[in-house]
Ligand binder design. Structure first.
Ligand code: ADP
Ligand code: MG
Length: 358
């Protein structure tokens, strides 16, 4: 590693950034994190923290000067920032892949054009596109193309009237209208890809969302071998098409016909991969460090049966979260992110509950 630099750089300082810094530190690496928020979770554990906007050139030059490689924990950074960094230092993921993953219109078209199954959708870029919605099949979900997360920026529509109303509520920003699927199951795959094209798959997780927010992830997922093979095949195809390097998470739906549909892709570590912190020898955060520091991938085989439960702000604030109780359980491992303000749907931490594999 270049001695003058020597830091692992990260854009974004949320909980994913915090857990990345802790993993890097376990391996003796120094970290430098850039985030616009002063007291972001990673700011307390990063070796160096830069509080600046994602497009602040001076700040970007600073992190570039210190870093051997730079990655992200948040996908909604300006694409110009990704391109700027990528010209000067190893950057994960490739900016082009980031651009596709951060915009649902680009993402869904990318999947469709490559014959990867998704929920049926149409683009609504402007008011004139609303003429296409009458014959769409309802119920459907209107989703803003950009900046949606944890179910935010989406509304269920029973008819075209709803679509018009919500499109206006979203300030007529570009959206996709997508068929609401009768979900039998949601699953996800986290995978790590290094510079040499080496790949490391995590065990597939089975996910339950409540109000659009991930509530629990369990692994192993209760799915057929056929579906598991399909997940790997689709993931491989996406990696190849995007020339992907870095950590990639893919969320899937399984519908009543037992078809596998891609829901969305995240170009970073993922909430549904947090089980790996306690149920695998090496976590998704370790693999991110490994990619950036040119280390071999760690073993990701499942060592325990595991359920990851998210702790949201409402549970945290109402005192419903019995920390004493969790800590006394022999198989519960608690992770808290150190966020000050427990807003109702804010992710405050998670618990991994492990059981013997068999
Ligand atoms: P976010 O970026 O907020 O995670 P998603 O598109 O993944 O957005 O939607 C969040 C959750 O909402 C999904 O995990 C799923 O439970 C539900 N959902 C989203 N789209 C659909 C759909 N087309 N049909 C059925 N449920 C959906
Ligand atoms: Mg999602």
């Amino acid at each position: 590693m270049d001695k003058k630099k020597g830091y692992l750089g990260l854009i974004g300082g949320g909980q994913l950034g915090k857990m990345f810094c802790l993993s890097a530190s376990e391996l003796g690496f120094k970290t430098i994190v850039l985030d616009p928020q002063k007291n972001s979770p990673a700011s307390f554990v990063a070796t160096k923290f830069i509080c600046a906007d994602y497009n602040d050139k001076k700040a970007l030059d600073k992190i570039i000067a210190k870093s051997t490689a730079i990655s992200i924990e948040f996908e909604n950074i300006p694409i110009e920032t990704a391109n700027y960094i990528n010209k000067k230092v190893c950057f994960y993921p490739p900016p082009k892949a980031l651009q596709i993953c951060q915009n649902r219109i680009l993402e869904k078209n990318f999947l469709k054009n490559n014959n990867i199954l998704t929920a049926d959708f149409i683009e609504i870029n402007k008011e004139q596109d609303l003429k296409n919605i009458t014959n769409f099949s309802y119920p459907a979900i209107l989703k803003t193309a950009m900046f949606g997360y944890d179910g935010k920026g989406q509304k269920v529509c029973q008819n075209s009237k709803d679509v018009r109303r919500f499109f206006v509520n979203f300030n007529t920003q570009p959206c996709i209208l997508e068929k609401k699927i009768n979900l039998v199951k949601e699953i996800s795959q986290v995978v790590a890809i290094n510079k040499k094209g080496g790949k490391s798959f995590f065990p597939i997780a089975e996910n339950i969302h409540i109000n659009g927010i991930l509530s629990t992830s369990k692994s192993p997922a209760n799915i057929t071998n056929k579906i598991a093979d399909e997940v790997v095949a689709v993931t491989d195809k996406i990696i190849r098409l995007l020339k992907y390097q870095g950590i990639l998470a893919i969320e899937f739906f399984i519908n009543k016909e037992q078809e596998l549909l891609v829901n969305e892709m995240a170009p970073r570590t993922h909430n549904s991969g947090h089980f790996s912190m306690d149920a695998c020898l090496y976590s998704q955060f370790y693999q991110q460090v490994a990619i950036m520091a040119n280390l071999p991938f760690g073993n990701t085989q499942l060592q325990h049966r595991v359920v990851m439960k998210n702790i949201l702000g409402d549970e945290y604030e109402n005192g419903k979260l019995d920390i004493q109780n969790i800590l006394q359980k022999p198989n519960h491992i608690l992770h808290l992110y150190g966020k000050k303000n427990p807003l109702p749907s804010r992710k405050m931490g998670h618990v991994n509950i492990i059981e013997p594999l068999k």
